[in-house]
Design a protein around this ligand. Sequence first.
Ligand code: ADP
Ligand code: MG
Length: 362
Amino acid sequence: MANNAIITLENVSKVYDDETVLRDITIEIERGKFYTLLGPSGCGKTTILRLIAGFADATTGIIKINGQVVNDVPPNKRKVNTVFQDYALFPHLNVFDNIAFGLSIKKMPKDQIKIKVAEALKMVQLSGYENREISEMSGGQQQRVAIARALVNEPEVLLLDEPLSALDLKLRTDMQYELRELQQRLGITFIFVTHDQEEALAMSDWIFVMNKGEIIQSGTPVDIYDEPINRFVADFIGESNIVPGTMVADYKVNFVGKEFECADAGIKPGEQIEIVIRPEDLELTTVEKGKLVVNIDTQLFRGVHYEIIGYDKEGNEWMIHSTKKAEVGTDVGLSFEAQDIHVMRPGETEAEFDARLESYEG
Ligand SMILES: Nc1ncnc2c1ncn2[C@@H]1O[C@H](COP(=O)(O)OP(=O)(O)O)[C@@H](O)[C@H]1O
Ligand SMILES: [Mg+2]
């Protein structure tokens, strides 16, 4: 275990009634980084936060904070605070009283509370808002009050459960920058939950991709985007072209009836695989120069690029992001580099996947 692990979950599962909602979760959270739990609704993200915060008990497995087993430690004795999805602010209290609430319960002296609240408001750029009613604040401001209310307790870890999902797109983007900046400025560990892949890619040092109660893949945003372990991750994170193929030899694959150089090895020749190529890695070229030929079916202008869809002779759909236009109904060539071809093995676990990458990336 790394020395600066602040939270670890070891083989944690959670069963409600007869339903297993978390299965064999093992994760390690290091101090001072921005982590994201990313996955579709119902995959168990909130349940992981509740286990870490102590609002629910693990059915099996061990949870540690700072190396100490905390399975039986109550929430208020863990140096962890949660920002809830709906903020859970008290609507009848003003900003000051919302933030001061926890400190008053702990019987902190009044003058000290005043200083702490002012500090917390400064951190979220709401200095001077002490006397505002919650109902007079915008969604983004309420969000910041909720964060200030968590920060005033000086947590070592801040758990944020889809805190931006109630905000409109523009504000959400602004708050992404703000939260990331806040985390880096304070150096507190953030565990952030979202179902939004762009949000996860933009904000995180490290992402855990979840599905149906399991961690499917973990890594940096670039790792996960560039080397999705399977169809679920490739589809969930970004746009992907996925076609069936066969491994020919190390660094050689066959798909759409042709052989291509690739960057993958360590898979036995003849094994059925799936090929992923990202739309932005495909370039339009002439039929003669194309490694693949597709017939253009549709084209949409997306502001920065055209989103073009074509079909190859086997009927596979290909999405291309290009600053160049194509003409619907015509054949065009597609070119790409060997390293743009990503090979996936159906059913491969993350451990097997990591071992394979290590074996030929050295
Ligand atoms: N208190 C509970 N009792 C029974 N089932 C629950 C409870 N809390 C969550 N679940 C179930 O656990 C699964 C995961 O829920 P949750 O962790 O909230 O997912 P997410 O936050 O990823 O949307 C869901 O199927 C949900 O219905
Ligand atoms: Mg949730």
